[in-house]
Write a protein that binds this ligand. Structure first.
Ligand SMILES: *[C@@H]1O[C@H](CO)[C@@H](O)[C@H](O)[C@H]1NC(C)=O
Length: 189
């Protein structure tokens, strides 16, 4: 009887440990090498719980070109959006908030984002929350060092999106879309 109780307690403890670990899946933590995310990227996947944001003409239908990491840990994103059918260059500097690994930027409202996962030389996954006029939505992005990624990585992205409550039909594969590849230029931002 005592052994059973002990086992139950152990099981409960394990569950708690797992829940705790789940809550901390952000990649942007102490052992994370921020500098290594620098350089060229391509937008491969895009998801939102407010689909119109990432559809054609949506303000969050953005295509990354390059990330720069400043000495002060701020990030600069060079990307393109289509405005009236034209690929338009955008450049945003995002500063770290007082939460480790969380970034802030103003773009169609107030945005806070974190990096959920990366292997540095293959893919990176971002999670963003936008607040604008009291309304909010989530955005999730999958970037690749190449123009496309393996189905394994894409699946991982899909699972992470679902975990954040984004339904499958709101997860876009951008590899067949016009991602303004022709508008990419050489040189660093
Ligand atoms: C960090 O440095 C960059 C480049 O000089 C600058 O644009 C940005 O505002 C700085 N961020 C903070 C929080 O000081």
């Amino acid at each position: 009887m005592k052994l059973l109780l002990l086992l139950k307690l152990l099981a409960l403890e394990l569950t708690l440990v797992c829940v705790h670990a789940e809550g901390e899946t952000s990649a942007t933590r102490k052992n994370f090498n921020l500098k290594k995310i620098e350089g060229k990227w391509y937008s491969v996947g895009l998801a939102s719980d407010k689909r119109e944001m990432i559809e054609e003409h949506g303000s969050m239908r953005v295509f990354v070109e390059d990330i720069h990491v400043f000495e002060n840990s701020s990030l600069a994103f060079k990307f393109h959006t289509k405005i009236n059918g034209e690929c338009t260059k955008q450049y945003l500097v995002c500063d770290e908030t007082d939460k480790d690994g969380e970034y802030f930027v103003k773009y169609h409202g107030q945005n806070k984002f974190t990096m959920l996962d990366t292997d540095y030389d293959g893919y990176i996954i971002f999670h963003l929350r936008n607040v604008n006029n009291g309304e909010t939505f989530q955005l999730m992005e999958l970037y690749g060092r190449e123009q496309d990624l393996s189905s394994n990585i894409k699946e991982k992205f899909t699972e992470l999106c679902k975990k954040h409550g984004i339904v499958e039909e709101n997860i876009l594969d951008l590899t067949e879309a016009d991602r303004c590849l022709q508008a990419r230029g050489g040189g660093k931002a």
